[in-house]
Design a protein around this ligand. Sequence first.
Ligand code: NAP
Ligand code: ZN
Length: 342
Amino acid sequence: MKAVRLEAVGSIALRELAKPSPGPDDLLVRIEACGVCGTDRHLFHGEFPCKPPVTPGHEFSGIIEAVGSSVCGFSIGDRVTGDPNIACGRCSHCHAGRVNLCSNLTAIGIHRDGGFADYVVMPQKQAFILPASLKPTHGAFCEPLACCLHGVDLAGIKPGSSVVVLGGGVIGLLTVQLARLAGATTIILSTRQASRRDLARELGATVTVDPTATNVIDAIAAPAGLAPGGADVVFECAGVRETVEQSMRIARAGGTVVIVGVTPQGMKAEFEPFDLLFRELKVLGSFLNPYTHGRAAELIASGAIEVDRLISRQVALEEAPAVIANPPAPGEVKVLVVPGHA
Ligand code: NAP
Ligand code: ZN
């Protein structure tokens, strides 16, 4: 089979590998689509630890081609999405139900071979069934959606809440849609690219802000702003210092800030502890997708989340190494790697 191999930091290429065979508890899945994520680029640049050689790709779905001897509940021909994050089940965090904080967490596509290949092998406990009728590319959105779902669960949005999303990449655009489903009636998105602001309004943002043209804090939280006094919930989905600092100023007194964006390790941001205290802000981190992958699969299967318009382009495995080695093109939201794509 063909697989994209990260062979060392800065070295990635398409290789011919033996088709893997499933262990007793595993599924062998023929990949239909696998999304390219910022983490794949971080792996390539050595900004995220992994042990090459490895096949990256953790946003995948496909069709079961073979099942191990102990597999039950899955059949050959089923379409499945894989939760790439494998918790050990025996550390204190796992025993406390905090599987995303597992001390021995490993991930498909980071620590073991992932979805930028013709086939992937995954433990059956990581798999969730998708309908046969689903568009084959849509399953690739379950993993990013599951991460956004965890953030939205933590935020406690209520019907009528006001929500701000900072950063209009795929994570921000999925979060906008989840906020709408959760009942938010004011949904404000700030992102620099006009095409993403347009898309956000089509997907449920009630209003968008261009952070290069206006003071975002004033535009939103000032008495005559879009959410006077600040928003009930702010999602930081850009992962840069500027938006982290904005997030705490844009939340209303008693409001909630959810940090979803991954800032570079060691980066510092300024906030006023007095402000946190005096305005009783709740600032929460949201990491990965604990117990949300199944609901993400339900949301994708039901069509409640629009993903087609988030697909900027589809590429074959042959083109994937160059896509991962280069920064995203302007306007690009999600690139899908589709084995055999013409
Ligand atoms: P992304 O495409 O890089 O989206 C972030 C976007 O934020 C950028 O594309 C950029 O769009 C926008 N941005 C940058 N500076 C900004 C500013 N000053 N003001 C407003 N917007 C700004 O990445 P993504 O895939 O959507 O992911 C977003 C973040 O979530 C990343 O940091 C990613 O690592 C993280 N993430 C976290 C989890 C988790 O479990 N917590 C899971 C997946 C991803 P414009 O050019 O339009 O401004
Ligand atoms: Zn554990």
